[in-house]
Write a protein that binds this ligand. Structure first.
Ligand code: PMP
Length: 371
């Protein structure tokens, strides 16, 4: 049976070079990066070199990069770290955010009584700067909006929203850029804080980073020592962080080439899907090539299991919410019947042959189980 992976928005296979470097360094450098003897200092230097390489790749300063366990932690640090400082006021965000933003905001509503406006997408699936503008209040201190939606694939107007926020004083702009990094252009000049994950760009799981402009004061979520500028205590996960620089470099170097491959695959898949009765392509006005959300006449679980039985891996929604019983708030907000939606997410290693196989399999499944 083939093994066809159409779920790269959920996680990606580890890059072979990153893997090799990781294994090699892991064996050689187990030392604590904060130890003061030579070997410890060597690890510290490698760690700081990686930080500065990441900063250079993104055109920011080294001390603006904080290594985290992934984007969920980075999102929590942005939102909770700031709310612990402010303790009151208003945040503008959206109903479309990943659970790590949405649930952090819900928690801040509960713990501090912070007010949050959750913007809903318009009929084109977009969150516009006009919506943000009309939601801003005199006590708004943060706008947190993702760059690319992980379930629908919508690309939001981060630049436009950034220009609006820059005109206002006292408001910080945070963006969860997890699904944008290595896929579309990411400009950190647009934001004050941003969150990233390594495992979405062929890096390690449990690895990511947080960007914040130097002047922004945040409370740490993990109290401890001096690590990560006092923003994240605990012995450095040094080798994981060191190989993140290589992961990022490769993802950025390959970005445009990979996008072209994926775009062609998505277009090919859409053309084929249009020929199948009972399949609807769920589009917004501006979608990323990497994610294709469709609805079929079958229950999502039935489709997912039947595809799985034929060696094809897809998602029904965000993987982080895959075991929840509630409908996906993201798909509901887009007017998509969550019970019939399937998310395909492609990557550069996928092929047209895989899509052909998927299409034939889907046709067979619809014939067998459809009504
Ligand atoms: N934000 C978005 C948009 C995501 O897609 C994900 C991964 N599902 C995350 C945050 C969380 O990333 P991590 O697994 O690194 O915590």
């Amino acid at each position: 049976m083939p093994e066809i992976y159409f779920d790269s928005a959920s996680t990606t296979p580890l890059d072979k070079e990153v893997y090799k470097t990781y294994i090699d360094l892991l064996q050689r450098y187990f030392y604590n990066a904060d130890s003061l003897y030579d070997k410890g200092v060597e690890v510290y230097r490698l760690l700081e070199k990686a930080r500065s390489n990441i900063a250079k790749l993104l055109d920011v300063k080294s001390d603006e990069i904080i290594f985290t366990s992934g984007a969920s932690e980075a999102n929590s640090l942005a939102i909770k770290g700031l709310c612990m400082q402010k303790k009151k006021g208003h945040i503008v965000s959206s109903i479309m955010e990943h659970a790590s933003v949405y649930n952090a905001l819900r928690q801040m509503e509960k713990v501090f009584g912070i007010n949050v406006t959750y913007l809903k997408p318009d009929k084109d699936g977009l969150i516009t700067k006009e919506m943000v503008e009309s939601a801003i209040r005199p006590d708004t201190f943060l706008v947190s909006l993702m760059a690319v939606n992980n379930e629908a694939g919508t690309i939001y107007d981060i630049k436009g929203i950034s220009a609006l926020i820059k005109k206002k004083t006292g408001i910080l702009f945070h963006s969860d850029m997890t699904q944008a990094l290595g896929k579309i252009e990411v400009d950190l000049k647009d934001v004050d804080m941003a969150s990233f994950s390594a495992h979405k760009i062929h890096g390690l799981k449990g690895s990511g980073f947080f960007y914040r402009k130097k002047h922004i004061e945040l409370e740490p979520l993990i109290s401890g020592g001096q690590q990560e500028f006092g923003l994240r205590g605990g012995t450095e996960n040094a080798i994981t962080n060191i190989v993140l620089a290589k992961t990022l470099r490769k993802a950025l170097e390959e970005r445009e080439k990979r996008y072209e491959i994926v775009k062609e695959l998505k277009e090919y898949c859409e053309t084929k899907l249009k020929e199948i009765r009972g399949v609807k392509i769920n589009k917004s006005a501006n979608d990323i090539a990497y994610i294709l959300n469709i609805s079929t006449s079958l229950k999502s679980e039935v489709a997912l299991n039947a595809l799985n039985a034929k060696g094809i891996m897809v998602s029904t929604r965000s993987t982080c919410g895959s075991r929840e019983n509630e409908p996906s708030r993201v798909l509901v907000a887009l007017g998509i019947d969550d019970s019939e939606a399937i998310r395909l997410s492609f990557d550069y290693f996928n092929t047209k042959e895989e899509i052909d196989y998927f299409i034939e399999t889907l046709k067979g499944i619809l014939e067998k189980y459809g009504n």
